[in-house]
Design a binder for this molecule. Structure first.
Ligand code: PMV
Length: 331
């Protein structure tokens, strides 16, 4: 009997300095370095069981069989793990998020971080944080940042082995809150994998990439000094630069809805009135409104009053990806 199974849990992350565009699509080597925070309240839990009786990999999401495209992407990722371990056994993968999947939260970050940890542990590999981050990166770039805990930086590099993420400060360092204003429950029309491949068609991408290192340094310093004003300035600038690239690529990607713009305007007004608050958006219309925990209740209440805001999810910083259970038994 063979029992090669493991369960792992990882948090999604929100990028303050964005990853958009790859210098190598297959290896998912990013065009620029990025910086994010794990979202402690939200998580993906994934169980991987390698089973010699299977004729192919199987994937279920919240107990339901996944679509063929999703299964194929997971299977391709498992091929990398099998290659590392010298195995040819297929696996059963069960995954579940504790947050709504249509909420525009980058679930691929927690999904591939949890999958990388569960699959490598189940097959009997012991990977350190750096190797695990590198592996998770191959499934989804932002997943590399969900492996370490707290505030995390992912370095751009020319070689596979040099591009991984690491923690710059633990979750306890700064009680920032992400109040996620949901303005649409729809799945995004253009996923990020396709979006990354369009980035270079924008005449603005080169300028965005060129300044990314400097913005990252400003953002890192603002986090280390807990300087919210400096943080707000660089986070909004970086978000606008990414969306300018998206809008000016060919074809253009337009993710904002009228309610997204209404929230952006309100947040700028609140900041002018002295409330420490700022926003960022990923490849979707929902808005991540960031503020110190002290003002989070007030910000959440005010967000709920804006027309078009369906609900608000809140989260503080979260820890690293971790194993929940593991059993490697071959009898
Ligand atoms: O990891 P991906 O391929 O889903 O890309 C994530 C892209 C953004 O969420 C828009 C930005 C980021 O750095 O997370």
């Amino acid at each position: 009997m063979t029992d090669q199974a493991a369960t792992a849990r990882a948090h999604p992350n929100i990028a303050f300095i964005k990853y958009w565009g790859n210098r190598d699509e297959v290896l998912r080597l990013p065009a620029n370095s990025s910086l994010s925070m794990n979202l402690g309240e939200l998580h993906t839990t994934t169980t991987v069981q390698f089973d010699p009786s299977l004729a192919k990999d199987e994937l279920s999401l919240k107990g339901k069989a996944a679509e063929p495209g999703q299964t194929a992407r997971v299977s391709q990722f498992l091929d990398l793990v099998r290659q590392m371990a010298g195995s040819n056994t297929f696996a059963r993968v069960e995954s579940e998020n504790n947050f709504p999947s249509g909420a525009g939260i980058a679930s691929s970050s927690s999904a591939f971080a949890a999958l990388a940890l569960a699959a490598s542990a189940a097959v009997g590999l012991t990977l350190d944080e750096q190797a695990l981050s590198q592996l998770a990166r191959r499934g989804s770039g932002s997943a590399s940042r969900s492996v370490p805990g707290g505030f995390v930086e992912w370095r751009a590099a020319d070689r596979d082995e040099d591009s991984y993420a690491f923690s710059i400060a633990p979750a306890e360092h700064w009680a920032l809150t992400d109040c996620i204003a949901i303005v649409s429950e729809q799945h995004k029309s253009t996923g990020s994998t396709q979006g990354h491949s369009l980035a270079a068609t924008s005449p603005l991408q080169a300028a965005r990439v060129q300044g990314a290192e400097q913005r990252l340094e400003l953002c890192r310093a603002a986090i280390m000094n807990k300087d919210f004003a400096a943080f707000a300035q660089v986070v909004e600038l970086d978000c606008h630069l990414m969306h300018a690239v998206m809008m000016t690529s060919q074809p253009g990607l337009h993710y904002w809805l009228p309610a997204s713009v209404a929230v952006m305007q309100a947040v700028r007004d609140w900041r002018s009135a002295g409330i420490p608050v700022c926003y960022t958006l990923d490849a979707g219309p929902n808005i991540h409104v960031l503020c110190p925990v002290e003002v989070a209740d007030r910000v959440t209440r005010q967000l709920q009053e804006i027309d078009g805001v369906l609900r608000v999810l809140g989260s503080g910083p979260g820890g690293p990806a971790r194993l929940v259970t593991q059993a490697n038994r071959i009898e």
